[in-house]
Design a protein around this ligand. Structure first.
Ligand SMILES: Cc1ncc(COP(=O)(O)O)c(C=O)c1O
Length: 389
């Protein structure tokens, strides 16, 4: 059978392969500790579930507008005004099936074949696939150390073909967070490059532990016509399975995304939109408690990892991952992060994600979206596994 060329743009995921192997081993009765999760372990709060049940009972079971229900977009507008100080009319807001669909549609709408999209590594895996799928070229800048792509390094890779910059803070996989000064430097640079559009992937904005969340538009509201904020309820409200994300951006882009979404999936699930409305408008106490718990786990995980000899860790300031440097343990038989992750799974019964999956060799990602007991056990298994190499 002959498949279209574009199907080759997306490579098989190393992450899914590891997750599949971990499941296989669990099915064989092996006690695998899964530290590779990309979602909060908390249940969706009850007040959010109640909003979904109420919508079901009201019979909100029909198609919604492609851009999303008016009620949800109004709630998003109110939240964006509160969190970013930006007034967004509801025709500049699109609700999608997860933040992922919003990012995918935006990238497809922004890039022509051959256009370049710049972002730092480690990156969220899907950026590469989405850019390639759109026919664009990912231009990836390695950012070891504290994992932030700063203005000076961006400028070195900007070319006349650069059309898009993607920045994400807090980031996946490193939990790296930009300071306001770093964002101001990026804004100053972007003012010299009027043809470059920016996506700020703010999906982890609700999960910061050391300083208040800041995004590009906080420090540079003058760039509002060149920025799409891509975010959603998945991580902050423990709603990954509900699949609701949203984008806030310039009208022509949102209109183009509306067309693409109309041709593919239409409006997101009506019940999930009602749940997201409940999440954004309800009592935020349970969310604050979740953040407090994540902060404690972050500290526990960081202390544990930093106690392992020859492992270095730049502590995350947000999200729920650590990204330690483990290359001191590479050997002839285990020469890279992929083989190290496989080794840790097979021999230490701990599932991690190799740094190479995020474009940066020498690291692995562990999630701390799990219990304290699992964090403690993960540290023990990781240390034992590494020291046996
Ligand atoms: C950096 C980043 N952006 C976007 C997403 C997409 O989130 P959603 O589950 O809302 O599609 C994820 C999910 O893992 C992510 O890690």
């Amino acid at each position: 059978m002959q498949l279209a060329d574009r199907t080759h743009a997306i490579l098989p995921s190393a992450t899914l392969k590891m997750a599949g192997r971990a499941k296989e081993m669990q099915a064989q009765g092996k006690n695998i500790l899964n530290m590779s999760a990309g979602e909060p372990d908390f249940d969706t709060p009850d007040f959010v579930k109640d909003a979904a049940v109420a919508a079901l009972k009201r019979g909100e079971t029909k198609y919604t507008p492609v851009l999303g229900t008016v009620a949800l977009r109004k709630a998003i507008a109110a939240r964006i005004e509160q969190d970013y100080g930006i007034k967004a009319p509801i025709d500049q807001i699109i609700v999608g099936t997860g933040g992922k669909q919003v990012l995918f549609n935006a990238i497809v709408c922004l890039l022509n074949p051959g256009d370049e999209a710049v972002f730092g590594a480690p990156y969220w895996v899907s950026y590469v696939d989405m850019v390639r799928f759109a026919g664009g070229n990912p231009v990836v800048v390695p950012c070891p150390g504290d994992f932030l792509l700063r203005a000076a390094d961006m400028e070195k890779v900007f070319t006349p073909k650069t059309r898009l910059l993607i920045i994400s803070s807090p980031s996946n996989p490193a939990g790296a967070v930009y300071s306001r000064q770093e964002l101001q430097d990026i804004a100053a640079l972007l003012r010299n490059y009027p043809d470059i559009f920016v996506i700020t992937d703010d999906i982890y904005s609700g999960l910061t532990y050391d300083e208040p969340f800041a995004s590009l538009l906080h420090v540079a509201p003058d760039l509002v016509n060149r920025v799409l904020i891509a975010t959603g309820v998945s991580k902050t409200y423990a709603m990954t399975g509900w699949r609701i994300g949203y984008g806030i951006g310039p009208k022509p882009l949102i209109a183009a995304m509306d067309n693409i979404q109309a041709a593919s999936t239409s409006g997101a699930c009506s019940i999930a939109q009602a749940a997201a409305h409940g999440a954004l408008t309800g009592d935020q106490k349970p969310i604050e408690q979740m953040v407090t718990e994540f902060r404690k786990r972050r500290d526990r995980m960081v202390n544990g990892i930093q106690s392992i000899p020859n492992v270095t860790l730049y502590p995350p300031k947000g999200a729920f991952y650590v990204f330690p440097k483990i290359d001191a343990y590479f050997t002839a038989a285990v020469p890279d992060s992929q083989s190290l992750s496989e080794y840790l799974l097979e021999k230490a019964y701990i599932a991690t994600v190799p740094g190479s999956a995020f474009g940066l060799e020498g690291y692995i990602r562990l999630s701390f979206a799990c219990s304290d007991a699992d964090i403690d056990e993960a540290i023990v298994r990781l240390q034992k596994g590494l020291l046996s190499l």
